[in-house]
Design a protein around this ligand. Sequence first.
Ligand SMILES: Nc1ncnc2c1ncn2[C@@H]1O[C@H](COP(=O)(O)OP(=O)(O)O)[C@@H](O)[C@H]1O
Ligand code: SF4
Ligand SMILES: [Mg+2]
Length: 365
Amino acid sequence: MTELQAARAATAQERGVPMLELRDVAMHFRARGRGFRSTTVRALDGVTLTLDRGETVAIVGESGCGKTTLGRVSLRLLRPTAGQVVFDGEDVTRTPERRLKPFRRRAQGIFQDPFTSLDPYMTIGQIVEEPLVIHGAGAAAARRERVRWALDEVRLRPAEDFVDRFPHLLSGGQRQRVGIARALTLTPDYMLADEPVSMIDASSRAEILALLGELQERHRIGYLYITHDIATARHFAPTAAVMYLGRIVEQGPTRQLISDPLHPYTKGLLNAVPEPDPANRLAERIVLPGEAPSPANVPGGCRFHPRCPAFMAGLCDVVPPPIVRIDPLRSVECHLYGDDDHQRVREAEPPPDDTENTAQDGETV
Ligand SMILES: Nc1ncnc2c1ncn2[C@@H]1O[C@H](COP(=O)(O)OP(=O)(O)O)[C@@H](O)[C@H]1O
Ligand code: SF4
Ligand SMILES: [Mg+2]
């Protein structure tokens, strides 16, 4: 961490401000529907989340529920349709790209596919050095030294053996280590890890997660860890948020979410986890009963109602459920818990209007 980073982080902590805050974030895309009609894809709808330095929060949910979109918004690779992205108390939601550099130095990402995320025509050394070049960090010799340091940190040792190689000569696990080294060179405070081990051979997965854990201890990195597998989130993330169709439906300590799930969807996810054969687990897709949900066609009332075994007609299909605080660490969005014994964080309210999203950075709608 540079002195500037340390000063900023310290100030934010003194002020009691979380490192990363997503406030009521919505991300709606315009997409081509049937024929020439366009539809609104509500990938995120009112997501609120905080992450501190040195903390790991898992985002868990089925494919298509909005996890990657949430991650991309958190890195401001996407500008949300509504809501705010706040980093160390500074609102970066609408900050233009040319003024985002200080934020980009501190917020980096590791992505799912280590086979397509590394440029095949660049050497490992060039790939890891690139963020330093973009951010003008140090002279050439200092940058080369930094690259060696980063490769050593991710245990690609000796670093000299890797700098001149090309990605295709490496295994999936080694490529993901290169991705981590690249994200690490600027010693960020925040790292998005979007399914970082789901495309890696089973034998390397635990090692990569252990490596991320060590790096967190050494550098106090905060991770948003995206996964479709709630059971493995337990080993890596003390806190988890379960997403369904663009909303967080339950949040709390991961162990409690697993041992005592509250939301009917969380219960369904746990039932859908295949018997623990660690060799296959991460490659499995979760399949819950009922029609696969579509963010282009969000059901009224509770979004989960068409698939919910506890569905209450006349309520769940009409009124969006309140967010209910169960205890200081746990909250759930479901009518089953909306009684007077629990504190309502948000009263039942209609979902926000469709809002067309056209303001995008780096992505076509
Ligand atoms: N650029 C985009 N344009 C239109 N729809 C999108 C875009 N990006 C994501 N989506 C849609 O948003 C939904 C959530 O996607 P995503 O965030 O990738 O989910 P997950 O990572 O949980 O699988 C999906 O229905 C996806 O098709
Ligand atoms: S609000 Fe109703 S439909 Fe939704 S999860 Fe709770 S019980 Fe099921
Ligand atoms: Mg994804």
